[in-house]
Design a protein around this ligand. Structure first.
Ligand SMILES: C[S@@+](CC[C@H](N)C(=O)[O-])C[C@H]1O[C@@H](n2cnc3c(N)ncnc32)[C@H](O)[C@@H]1O
Length: 282
């Protein structure tokens, strides 16, 4: 229980009491200091819960399929237990780049293109919340089966209603979570022309194929602010993604060095605005 603090100005004509009130003010500040520490502790615990929830690690010991190493590196799909394919290493990268962009005052929001059950975006929303910062979280996906996935297409298709439910299950379905349904080959161009002033601090791409990545580079990457980050979920393991980035870079005279995270993922820090040259893309 905290002590009740008297208002300070009540003692202003009495020296002894002034001293006492100064002491109380100190105590008051300390209490606030303690509150801040307590809030930080709660934030850390909440984030850990969300991290364990979205990865499925919360079912350690109960889910016979749970494998610590695979979940750390995002080498597996979490079956029924979990909301992201991304493992601990890539989640930690999301946290690190959010903290870094905020510390350096890079303006802009967080966007993921290709979200499956939404777990990475849920985690990003939790990180911003625990840091006490409001940013939009753009959650873009087809939210329905995609032919290119063959036999996995039903597993990979998660409805928009279900994703919203997933956010809500963590208490994170707020007005700053912005969903857009449809194939990137049409939604990204539409979005860019509707919201040309968009600023992104972090763009995470996870759509596996060449064409959606190329649309992402042309229509959304230009929104990433200098000092912000472009994260590829699977450029190391997916040749089509690497080819799209290689072509886009060649056409624009870019030569970013990838910073590798695990066997799938890598990221770059954007050092200058990307100005798309549409003459290079048919
Ligand atoms: C590998 S999953 C994303 C995993 C997710 N980032 C996570 O944290 O678990 C790929 C997602 O990209 C979406 N996707 C792939 N190609 C797409 C396209 N052309 N347009 C829209 N969504 C696409 C799929 O629907 C699927 O949800």
């Amino acid at each position: 229980m905290y002590n009740v603090i008297e208002p300070v100005n009540r003692y202003k004509h009495n020296k002894t009491l002034l001293l006492a009130s100064a002491k109380q003010e100190l105590l008051y500040n300390n209490i606030h200091h303690d509150d801040t520490d307590r809030l930080k502790e709660l934030g850390t615990k909440f984030l850990r819960t969300v991290e364990n929830g979205v990865t499925g690690a919360i079912y350690r010991g109960h889910n016979p399929e749970f494998n610590e190493e695979n979940r750390k590196l995002g080498n597996d799909w979490p079956g029924a237990c979990g909301h992201t394919m991304v493992g601990f290493v890539r989640l930690n990268n999301i946290k690190t780049v959010i903290e870094d962009t905020l510390a350096r005052s890079v303006p802009g929001d967080f966007m993921e293109l290709g979200v499956w059950r939404g777990g990475s975006c849920i985690y990003a929303a939790a990180v911003y919340l625990t840091l006490g910062v409001q940013r939009n979280i753009y959650v873009f996906d087809a939210f329905e089966p995609i032919s290119g996935y063959g036999e996995s297409s039903d597993y990979l298709a998660v409805s928009l209603d279900q994703i919203k439910q997933n956010f809500d299950n963590y208490g994170l379905l707020e007005s700053n979570i912005i969903f857009r349904k449809g194939l990137f080959e049409s939604t990204l161009k539409e979005f860019a022309s509707e919201y040309p002033q968009t600023k992104l601090a972090i763009l995470r791409m996870d759509s596996n194929f060449y064409d959606p990545h190329m649309h992402s580079f042309y229509y959304v990457l230009p929104f990433v602010q200098t000092g912000g980050y472009l994260i590829f979920d699977d450029i190391v393991s997916h040749p089509a993604v690497a080819a799209a980035w290689r072509d886009f870079q060649a056409w624009h005279g870019l030569a970013y060095e990838l910073i590798q995270l695990d066997h799938h993922s890598a990221y770059v820090q954007i050092t200058a605005p990307v100005v798309p040259d549409f003459s290079r893309w048919s």
